[in-house]
Design a protein around this ligand. Structure first.
Ligand SMILES: Nc1nc2c(ncn2[C@@H]2O[C@H](COP(=O)(O)OP(=O)(O)OP(=O)(O)O)[C@@H](O)[C@H]2O)c(=O)[nH]1
Ligand SMILES: [Mg+2]
Length: 403
């Protein structure tokens, strides 16, 4: 439904109508009330209205501020709706035990070929069917690649409305919250599924292929909203930041922004419940379409890789891509007075520290840590003495000195 209201008015809380005063003819008044349209719009009506408004409003310098505000209102309304929904039937989550060096989840429409792909990549044997919803729970498999062990989770297909609870959508998307990487599997015969999947993922509070914005917010008791920036923000004026804060119930705060963000990113930070994970978009079933059609689909969805899970085309390249995107680094462990063990590295992730290495090896190593000697790319010189906060790099050799 199109609205004629000015943007700033939409979604604003309506003042509660005072109860009608008793009139001389209460019966009549009652009748009149019944035939009037409902004054109070439901949350979902307001959401629809705002979404329509967003679609209609072109993004430019002049509308930036309004769009930011609508988005903040939408975020608040959606959160409220979600909270309301939570009261109802409990959804049972999937219990998945993490194993290996990282966990990767596959998401896609039913029949996109997720189970076929799991069986190609791992030792698992997940049933494959030419009907939808073959997979009904989580099936894990383990991929061994370059000395890393990567857990891959096959889950039921998700459809439009998954984030708000259709099918097993909610459970699938919640498993995704704890994954290190997402693989989005798209079928060449149904490329239109891609934007739908992306939308559902977004609604489930996940952000793909995005660094967490570097924004610090310290709530204060007075002085309004004070903004500090180390970057120029062409897409987000101070005025909009303040209006968004107000809309989201923050009147006093110190805000320090150190990365390039827009209104969406800022709202995400304020909501504070977003998960940022890398993703790979996979176009599957390339054996089923002509080269011309494949070109068309490629332009449309711009996949990171194209494969055929059925006959194995592209799956070796996919393994390498998974390894890369997970940002794995190999660390060679060395005992004092002995040469390093160059047969089996410890697998860590980029930016991992000596502290994380210690944790991975033994629960007491952090408390009993004295120092580490490091050889290789992250050390300034051979055998440099380094402490827990030091970030390691691929191919480092590390000798831990423990009490
Ligand atoms: N030709 C062709 N068929 C494929 C390919 N990948 C999967 N299929 C077929 O597509 C159908 C669905 O495959 P599944 O692996 O069960 O798909 P899924 O995504 O796990 O489906 P759900 O578990 O129902 O969500 C099966 O008939 C597969 O044989 C492919 O690359 N090429
Ligand atoms: Mg399946």
């Amino acid at each position: 439904m199109a609205s004629t209201k000015p943007l700033a008015e939409i979604g604003k809380k309506k003042k509660k109508k005072k109860p009608q005063k008793k009139t001389k003819n209460p019966g009549k008044a009652k009748k009149k009330n019944q035939s009037e349209p409902q004054v109070k719009k439901s949350g979902s009506d307001k959401i629809k209205e705002l979404e329509e408004e967003l679609k209609k409003t072109p993004y430019n310098k002049r509308t930036q501020h309004h769009i930011g505000l609508i988005k903040a209102k939408l975020a608040m309304l959606k959160e409220k709706e979600l909270q309301r929904g939570k009261g109802g039937g409990k959804t049972e989550g999937y219990a998945v035990r993490r194993s290996g060096d990282a966990t990767v989840i596959m998401v896609g429409f039913p029949s996109a070929g997720k189970s076929s792909l799991l069986n190609q990549l791992t030792n698992a044997n997940s049933p494959v069917g030419d009907y939808e919803f073959t997979t009904l729970s989580v099936v894990p498999g383990l991929l061994h690649y370059k000395q890393a062990k990567i857990q891959i989770l096959d889950v039921p297909g998700i459809v439009r409305g998954a984030a708000s609870g259709r099918g097993r959508g909610k459970e699938v998307l919640s498993v995704m919250q704890n994954a290190d990487l997402a693989m989005i599997v798209v079928d060449t015969l149904r490329p239109n599924a891609y934007p739908v999947i992306l939308k559902e993922i977004r609604e489930a509070n996940l952000r793909l292929n995005k660094e967490k914005p570097d924004v610090k917010i310290k709530k204060t008791v007075k002085d309004g909203i004070r903004i500090g920036k180390t970057v120029h923000l062409p897409e987000l004026k101070d005025e909009t930041i303040k209006a968004i804060c107000k809309e989201m119930g923050i009147s006093n705060a110190e805000i320090l922004i150190r990365s390039q963000i827009n209104a969406d990113d800022f709202i995400d930070v304020l909501e504070g419940n977003k998960k940022y994970i890398p993703a790979i978009t996979i176009l599957n079933k390339i054996d089923l379409v002509s080269p011309e059609r494949l070109e068309e689909i490629k332009k449309e969805i711009r996949p990171d890789i194209m494969i055929s899970a059925k006959n194995g085309t592209g799956t070796e390249e996919l393994k390498e891509l998974i390894f890369q995107r997970l940002g794995f680094i190999r660390i060679w462990c060395k005992e004092v007075g002995k040469p390093a063990d160059m047969t089996e590295p410890l697998i860590l992730r980029e930016k991992d520290t000596i502290e994380i290495m210690c944790r991975k090896l033994h629960k007491d190593f952090v408390t009993k840590f004295r120092f580490a000697r490091v050889w290789g790319p992250s050390a300034k010189f051979d055998g440099q003495v380094l402490m827990l906060k030091h970030k390691l790099k691929d191919n480092d050799t590390v000798e831990l000195h423990i009490r």
